[in-house]
Design a protein around this ligand. Sequence first.
Ligand SMILES: [Cu+2]
Length: 177
Amino acid sequence: MTTTPLKFATLLIAAFFFAACGGGDEPATTTPEPTTEQPAPAPEPNVSFAGPTFEMAMTPIGNEMQFEQKEFTVSAGQTVHITFNNTADNPAMSHNVVVLQMGADANAVGQASMRAVDTDYIPATNLDDIIAHTPMSAPGETVEVTFTAPSTPGDYTYICTFPGHYMTMTGIMHVEG
Ligand SMILES: [Cu+2]
């Protein structure tokens, strides 16, 4: 009398596992594997950040010497794509976005930029301070730059290096580990 419920229970458990395994197998065998998905699982060990590109859309505030976006956060090693749409309509309001190394002297870069007329206000003397920069944009223009975020977490200042703008046209790119 006691063996019947035990056997029944065993059968139930066996049936459960069989169903679970059988169910698990079905999608794999019925779903064809598209060739476009093949690269995904392959490379990962040596990649510091395998996520998507960080899309950062930026604008100035009207005709002010200020970025509308004063900070944003990315992951260490992440690909960053900055698109700066210069929505100003004052002809004097040319802008760029210059991302500086951690600890770089933003004032020094800004002041050197004033003399860098021939290089679009990117000072050749301070290239070691600069991680990435967009071209200079006239009002109505959109410029962009793609770069890899630093591997060292921390705060990275960005400025506009059009003469006189660096003092107020600034923001911080936070890099998270
Ligand atoms: Cu500017």
